[in-house]
Design a protein around this ligand. Structure first.
Ligand code: ATP
Ligand code: MG
Length: 320
């Protein structure tokens, strides 16, 4: 997917961080305003020296996510590392992610246990390990999701999103690869590198970082909207597109197999009609999509409203 985030080319020559070298990683002082995640981080002290690297889970924007094991407890975690000699944007993003993860405490937001920083500038975040990968990898391995499965998944994303929005946090990069899953089919929002914490009075933002493909029309073409947009409602568009992709099996604004490029995306997002579900989808699901994929942001439902939508109610069961 086309990405606006200033991606650096991953420098494969960089040596992997030696997370077992305790001399160089130090737990960071805690933010006193932070909530339970921070409490966990302070009470479950996991020195970097006690982590053993098991493999690579993913490469991202200027960093690498490793699967690591705590030698003493055998518990497995994910460790996101951004290198000190990486570009400034990547470092700013990992600091942003660290700030947000330490402030959040929701079963639908990936949990942060520790953060580390080396004098060299390498920064690492120790997170819970999501052992089924991302919704993106799951879509590619398992194929599309049924309506009941999607209702289960969507409810969890919305719980996380509603939590974030109620804490004035805009995610700004919702897409299948930033939604992580474990084998219990718990879905959690991850990757807060370009998220923003809004001030209590401000509704609109004017930053245009993010992944083009999942950007709402008003984000994609800020000039047409005076440069500002409501970030909360922009997240809802990205959520809608994500859910539709999981149903149809490909990026919904383009035919299956077509690689997105900037002009095609711009034409489709800004000048085309919002995508619609194929025949066979239920009326409730169709209506749910309409509530997310409105070109006019003020017509989109909020995360907490969507949690009450008939599509989710229809498939809600005791274990959902
Ligand atoms: P990008 O720029 O591609 O969005 P990023 O640098 O922001 O990447 P993440 O999205 O946080 O990094 O992580 C990259 C990938 O690593 C994810 O798509 C996922 O496959 C894997 N990953 C990240 N965190 C975890 C985790 N907690 N558990 C399991 N896998 C993870
Ligand atoms: Mg990501």
């Amino acid at each position: 997917m086309t990405v606006v985030r200033q991606r650096r080319q991953l420098n494969l020559c960089l040596s992997l961080p030696d997370v077992s070298d305790r001399r160089h990683f130090f737990p960071l002082p805690l933010d006193p305003s932070a909530t339970t995640n921070a409490v966990i981080a302070s009470s479950v002290t996991i020195p970097a020296a006690e982590l053993e690297r098991l493999g690579v889970l993913g490469h991202g924007n200027g960093g690498t996510v490793y699967k690591v094991q705590h030698k003493r407890t055998s518990k497995v975690y994910a460790l996101k590392v951004v290198y000190g000699d990486g570009d400034l944007t990547a470092r700013q993003q990992v600091f942003r992610e660290r700030e947000i993860l330490r402030k959040t405490d929701s079963p639908h937001i990936v949990r942060c246990y520790e953060t580390y920083e080396k004098p060299s500038g390498d920064v690492a975040i120790l997170m819970e390990y999501m052992d089924a990968g991302s919704l993106d990898t799951l879509l590619r391995s398992k194929g599309t999701f049924s309506e009941p499965e999607l209702a289960h998944i969507t409810r969890q994303i919305l719980e996380g999103l509603s939590y974030l929005h109620s804490h004035r946090i805009i995610h700004r990069d919702l897409k299948p690869s930033n939604l992580l899953v474990n084998k219990k089919m718990e879905v959690k929002i991850a990757d807060f590198g370009i998220s923003e914490i809004m001030s209590p009075t401000l509704e609109s933002c004017n930053s245009h970082v993010g992944t083009y493909a999942y950007m709402s029309p008003e984000r994609f073409d800020p000039d047409a909207n005076g440069g500002n947009y409501n970030g909360f409602l922009a997240d809802i568009w990205s959520l809608g597109l994500t859910v539709m992709e999981l149903f149809v099996g490909h990026f919904p604004l383009l035919p299956a197999g077509q690689k997105p490029d900037w002009p095609t995306l711009m034409f489709s997002i800004c000048f085309g009609e919002p995508p619609v579900l194929p025949p066979g989808a239920s009326d409730e699901f169709r209506n749910f999509m309409d509530c997310c994929l409105q070109k006019e942001p003020s017509k989109r439902w909020t995360a907490s409203q969507l949690l009450e939508h008939p599509f989710l109610i229809k498939y809600s069961t005791a274990d959902n």
